[in-house]
Design a protein around this ligand. Structure first.
Ligand code: HEC
Length: 198
């Protein structure tokens, strides 16, 4: 473990299971009692193992570069927030260079350019305070007219262990995004207090 992680863990009163292949990150209290800083400390503890997990195995139809590179994109979340969607998990959003400036206006009816890719990491903290990586959610804006049914968004999902997950994207992703957030170009955006502006 790096000095940085040790300090982050101590600062948050986290207990790290030494010797485990993937350090267990414990928040010390249930997920719904964590404030932003505490959720951030859990994220700092989990972050390396989480990214390594997403990167395991072949990605088949999902471009590997998205999964390998998203940590180098622009982070739109000031801290991991759990708004109750995506199964109540804590979420951290990253946007690639093509779309970061427009996404981070959090506008109604944004002009998101084709080529934009958004990655949303997720993790859960159970009632015993134990943190666990959840899936990586991806949205890619493709050329206008490519996928009219989803407003030209491709949706993808990678399990915490790196497996690309075959989901029926219309019902599992697009229906909620378009149905509830069509007025925001299909984007849910992080909860307001967790947004990093540009
Ligand atoms: C029940 C509604 C719902 C479903 C179903 C859903 N999402 Fe989301 N999604 C949201 C909300 C709400 C947000 C914004 C939440 C936040 O960041 O706090 C969001 C955010 C995202 C983001 C970040 C971009 C944005 O909208 O701001 C990605 C990427 C994403 N979802 C991918 C997916 C994928 C892939 C699926 C299907 C496997 C999916 N979502 C299913 C509601 C949903």
């Amino acid at each position: 473990m790096t000095e940085f992680l040790k300090r982050a863990a101590l600062a948050a009163g986290l207990v790290l299971a030494a010797g485990a292949a993937e350090a267990a990150c414990e928040a010390g209290k249930p997920g719904d009692e964590l404030d932003g800083a505490e959720a951030g400390a859990v994220y700092d503890c989990l972050a390396d193992a989480m990214h390594a997990g997403y990167r395991k195995k072949g990605k088949r139809w999902i471009p590997e570069a998205f999964v390998n590179d998203y940590r180098g994109w622009t982070k739109a979340s000031a801290f991991p927030a759990a708004p109750g969607f995506h199964a109540g998990r804590f979420l951290v959003t990253w946007v690639n260079g093509a779309g970061a400036a427009e996404y981070m206006k959090y506008a109604e009816d944004p002009a998101i350019p084709a080529g934009t890719v958004i990655a949303k990491e997720s993790f859960s903290v159970d009632d015993d305070g134990k943190a666990r990586a959840g899936p990586l959610f991806l949205m890619q804006k493709v050329e206008a007219g490519t996928s009219p049914e989803t407003d030209d968004w491709y949706y993808m999902m990678v399990a915490a262990n790196g497996t690309p997950m075959a989901v029926e994207v219309i019902s599992a992703c697009s229906a909620c995004h378009q149905g509830n957030y069509g007025f925001q170009g299909g984007l849910g955006y992080p909860v307001e207090e967790a947004r990093i502006g540009n």
